[in-house]
Design a protein around this ligand. Structure first.
Ligand code: G6P
Length: 614
């Protein structure tokens, strides 16, 4: 989704802004732009369709001087991706420039009013309406830039993170947020803005997180002045972020996605660190320990999420029902928030989100909160909006995930859900102690098995080259591995643009079987589980119709191996832990198919890493 960078200080702003935009490329975008104030106080705006490097080329020979500036990568919502619609947007007089992430819902009403006042518009964007409105209010009430921003935002309905600068005001960078993320980096007499920490950490690890409906005025060598829209003063403690530069670089891998696939043993270790005690063989998540009575009295758990996180949520249902005997509903956040869901105060809502910023998940959480439900979050990004809005929760500690196709976020989310279900099940005595111990022991050892799965990469690369012809793929799984089938299909769609469907294996007979012929590759996720015999029959049905079978099986498998065209063998483990292993070959499969097809794996078309609009 859109990315924001800003700088005010003593250094040249342009290189900082461009580097920042490159760091934000992973979020997904289709145009980029920059605005700078030069030493004469002139406000220069440059923008370009396509990648940041196009913008850089476009700026060659232009005046990019200045020690204050704002920059943006745009993921089109209102208006097609072109130079005109790209940010920053000028106001009518070209005295103010603004960048924006989010959606202004009442922009048409504001635009109408401005048109009546004689304003004209160059773009189709809601953002241009906002900058024009700021100029209008500023002139009409004779306000400073930050006052005008404050006053304008009072009338705005929707979500925004903005950065604004003004001609002839070289010591004034104004920013504000509501619903869209925005971080202020605090350096020595200088400040940085970022829609996440990645453009900032190279310069400082000291940040403040703005809250909704807050406006900040940044001036060199002065403290940031933060106010609410109602003009109340706000004090924010400076927070030290732990992110390291190497965490957000490729480290010798051709793509972030591949790096992150191989990072999964490390990220799982971080996720379990201090939570799974290998001497006592027990699990303690502090959020669960503190709130165990809420779980004891819970009539129901609702897990809500989007995309890959929703697939992790589905695995959560199997876990909580099996180990804790608590009924679980799993909800796609965008549907949940617009239904009239029945939510009780003794329900627990678990939002799962890597970024902690997904607009629909955030809204679903707020809805459940307003009905009095207890909110227990599972997020990766520390200090994100969802993490801050919960009553309690567990961070996944996967480290930054840059690849748009989520990999290590998924396995750490599943690991957190496993740990939660084990701890709650034990406390509630719904999980027999011997079984608890057995699974904990196996979980403590899972990283060795994950590393064994990494060794499959070469074999999968070869298999992938066979299937680049395919226009469709089917993924089948049962039980804990049905959500894995969905996840495998999503990974393939996202980065290779091949149509893929995930299905519960037995459901195939009710429709999808009609699609099977000698052209159709079918990935069957079939480790040794209690439904193994059933899935063997499903594989026979595919074989009888000449489908091409790629099977993910447990080492030593006999029955499926006989029928499959390709067999990928993973180590044996407890059934509830199999998703942590079976998903890895599927990640490799989609990665290699996409690279053989020459796709841009880390920046797939039309996708955004963090979807901060509806
Ligand atoms: C986007 C990303 C997906 C992600 C989903 C939910 O669609 O491209 O990879 O699974 O958002 O994101 P979240 O940050 O809430 O987990």
């Amino acid at each position: 989704m859109c990315g924001i960078v800003g700088y005010i200080g003593m250094k040249d702003a342009f290189p900082i802004l461009i580097k920042g935009l490159k760091r934000l490329e992973y979020r997904g975008y289709d145009s980029a732009g920059v605005a700078l104030l030069n030493s004469e106080g002139e406000l220069n705006v440059y923008k370009s369709k396509g990648k940041v490097k196009n913008l850089e080329e476009y700026c060659i020979g232009k005046d990019v001087s200045g020690t204050i500036g704002i920059a943006h990568t745009r993921w089109a919502t209102h208006g097609e991706p072109n130079d005109l619609n790209a940010h920053p947007h000028y106001s009518q007089s070209e005295n103010i420039a603004l960048i924006h992430n989010g959606i202004i819902e009442n922009y048409l009403a504001i635009k109408k009013m401005l048109v009546r006042e004689g304003y004209t518009f160059k773009s189709d964007t809601d953002t241009e309406v906002l900058v024009q409105a700021i100029e209008y209010i500023k002139k009409r009430y004779d306000l400073t830039l930050s006052e005008a921003v404050q006053r304008t935002l009072k009338f705005v309905i929707g979500a925004y993170a903005i950065g604004v600068i003004e001609k002839n005001k070289p010591d004034c960078l104004v920013a504000a947020r509501k619903g869209s993320p925005l971080i202020v980096g605090i350096g020595e007499g200088e400040f940085f803005l970022g829609s996440d920490a990645t453009p900032i950490i190279e310069y400082t690890s000291n940040v403040i997180y703005l809250n909704d409906e807050e406006v900040v005025l940044l001036q060199r060598n002065k403290k940031p002045v933060v106010k609410t829209l109602k003009d109340e003063d706000v004090h924010h403690d400076i927070i030290k972020i732990k992110l390291q530069l190497e965490d957000i670089e490729k480290g010798g891998y051709p793509h972030f996605m591949l790096k992150e696939i191989f990072e999964q043993s490390k990220s799982l270790a971080m996720c379990m660190n201090g939570r799974l005690n290998t001497e006592l063989m027990e699990i303690k998540l502090s959020g669960i320990t503190t709130n165990i009575e809420r779980f004891r009295s819970a009539k129901r758990i609702i897990i809500t999420a989007c995309g890959t996180s929703w697939h992790a949520a589905l695995i959560g249902k199997y876990l909580f029902e099996e180990f804790c005997k608590i009924p679980v509903d799993v909800e796609v956040a965008s549907e949940f928030r617009y239904r009239s869901p029945v939510i009780h105060s003794d329900d627990i809502l678990i939002p799962i989100s890597q970024s902690g910023e997904t607009a629909d998940t955030l809204a679903a959480m707020e809805l459940a909160k307003s009905h009095g439900a207890f909110i227990y979050g599972i997020c990766n990004v520390v200090g994100s909006s969802i993490a801050r809005g919960t009553d309690s929760g567990t961070y996944t500690h996967a480290g930054p995930e840059i690849g748009v196709a989520s990999t290590k976020a998924f396995t750490t989310q599943v690991t957190v859900l496993i740990m939660m279900a084990l701890q709650i099940g034990r406390e509630l005595k719904t999980l027999p102690e011997a079984r608890y111990k057995k699974i904990v022991r196996e979980l403590a050892n899972i990283n060795t098995k994950i590393e064994e799965c990494f060794e499959l990469s070469k074999e999968i690369r070869k298999i992938s080259s066979v299937f680049t012809y395919a226009r469709n793929f089917m993924y089948l799984g049962r039980g804990y591995n049905f959500p894995v089938a969905l996840e495998g299909a999503l990974k393939l769609k996202e980065i290779s643009y091949i149509h893929a469907e995930g299905y519960p294996a037995a459901e195939m007979k009710h429709g999808p079987i009609a699609l099977i012929d000698e052209e159709m590759p079918v990935v069957v996720v079939s480790p040794k589980l209690k439904t193994y015999e059933k899935i063997v029959s499903n594989v026979q049905e595919i074989k009888a119709r000449k489908g091409k079978i790629i099977a993910i099986v447990t080492k030593g498998d006999v029955d499926i191996k006989k029928m499959a065209d390709f067999c990928i063998e993973i180590p044996d483990t407890e059934e509830c832990l199999t998703p942590l292993l079976t998903v890895i070959p599927l990640q490799f499969l989609s990665y290699y198919i996409a690279t053989v097809k020459g796709r841009n794996v880390d920046q797939p078309r039309n996708l955004a890493k963090s979807v901060t609009v509806e």
